[in-house]
Design a protein around this ligand. Structure first.
Ligand SMILES: [Zn+2]
Length: 396
């Protein structure tokens, strides 16, 4: 039995005026997801445990069959695992975004989706000026970087910068506990980056300059049982982002780097499909994660998000489903999203999302049914993240 999970990050949404009142999922061309929903079982799913934030970290942990209430220590330690930065027991990892703040407002959590090429020299300069024994700045991908801090603060309340776009940062700055130590680093970064050669070049090219670092998502190492231990499954996670790769590393799954996988709408869809199908030749489980719909939600572009969903359906869901059918061996398929990223708020929201499962092979399917945020006609089953382990074990 092959088990396949396909995740379109942040695909869920709210009705958008730009789409004549439809959600991007409703407006997208998505025949494959609608056929899977029609031929299989369709649910609404609460992917986020009550009381936890609807982040991709918590939600993907749940979709992988782990209870975030038991294991979750913060986002940054997961990304550190994804970046192959091992943490000692006394280490604290912190996410370090390169952001653009103006008039005390969070204008851009990504400084114009800065390239890794531009970001790396800035992180190197921060390491030179602010790094010290036991505290290091580590270059990640694009705007996403990490500070690893032996004995660093775990107790401040911090805020994901992508959830406070256009808002005044005042009340979202690190507060409580040892917050001042984070504030000091963030403050010191302003002067260091203000006259950085990369920033000067970015301004000359008309690109968004980085005004400072933003520290958040801190925590000590996350420890979870492996997939082999929990589900007796071998498998692979296909993703472009360190966060989801980190969950794979921690779960003892393979996490190959797919060439050209970017986390954006220009990602190498075919490469991701090829790697997934290759993994299934020798393994039991594959989890394919596509980041683009979420990023389009954060950018606030309903039409682009619709396109990202159509691409996910046509270039990932369709080919993988077809390959499973062609192969003719028993398989279990699950298609869903980790949370909603409504274009209107350019951040995450915690309402339930549609989730479809299918057991095959089942032969050609022509019927389609709705696969969107409004499928609940009163008869539909609601599932929570706690149901996922049951499905993974083949008991659902
Ligand atoms: Zn997400």
């Amino acid at each position: 039995m092959k088990t396949v999970v396909l995740i379109g990050d942040g695909m869920g949404d709210w009705p958008c005026p730009e789409l004549e009142g439809k959600t991007p999922l409703q407006a997208a061309v998505a025949p494959n997801m609608r056929k899977i929903a029609a031929a299989g079982k369709l649910y609404l799913a609460d992917t986020v445990p009550p009381g936890l934030p609807p982040g991709s970290d918590v939600a993907n942990l749940g979709l992988l069959g782990y209870d975030a209430r038991e294991f979750y220590t913060g986002r940054a330690p997961i990304e550190a695992a994804g970046a192959h930065l091992p943490l000692k027991d006394t280490d604290v990892a912190l996410r370090c975004n390169l952001v653009h703040i103006a008039d005390n407002k969070m204008v851009d959590y990504s400084s114009g989706h800065i390239s890794t090429e531009d970001a790396a020299p800035m992180i190197a300069t921060l390491q030179e000026k602010l790094g010290r024994p036991g505290l290091s700045f580590n270059t990640g991908v694009q705007y996403r970087h990490l500070v690893i801090w032996d004995g660093g603060p775990t107790d401040p309340v911090t805020q994901p910068p992508h959830d406070i776009l256009t808002q005044d940062i005042g009340k979202y700055l690190p507060h409580e506990g040892r917050a001042q130590e984070l504030l000091d680093l963030m403050e010191a970064s302003k002067e260091i980056l203000a006259n950085h050669p990369v920033n000067i070049a970015r301004k000359e090219r008309g690109e968004v300059p980085v005004t400072q670092i933003w520290l958040w998502g801190q925590g000590p190492a996350l420890k979870i049982p492996t997939y082999k231990e929990l589900y007796n499954l071998t498998g692979t996670i296909i993703t472009a982002v360190d966060l989801v790769r980190g969950l794979g590393v921690l779960a003892g799954l393979d996490t190959p780097e797919v060439p050209g996988a970017t986390g954006w709408i220009d990602t190498n869809y075919q490469g991701k499909v090829d790697y997934a199908l290759k993994a299934l030749e020798t393994q039991d489980f594959v989890y394919v994660h596509v980041e683009a719909p979420d990023e389009c939600g954060h950018v606030g572009d309903a039409k682009l998000k619709t396109q990202a969903i159509s691409d996910f359906d046509a270039k990932v869901v369709g080919p993988i489903w077809q390959a499973l059918e062609t192969k003719g061996e028993p398989y279990r398929l699950l298609v869903t999203m980790d949370h909603r990223t409504p274009v209107e708020i350019r951040g995450h929201s915690a309402e339930p999302v549609p989730l479809a499962t299918l057991e095959g092979p089942i032969g050609p399917v022509s019927e389609e049914c709705a696969f969107d945020e409004f499928i609940n006609d009163g008869n539909i089953d609601i599932r929570t993240f706690e149901w996922i382990p049951t499905w993974l074990r083949g008991e659902a």
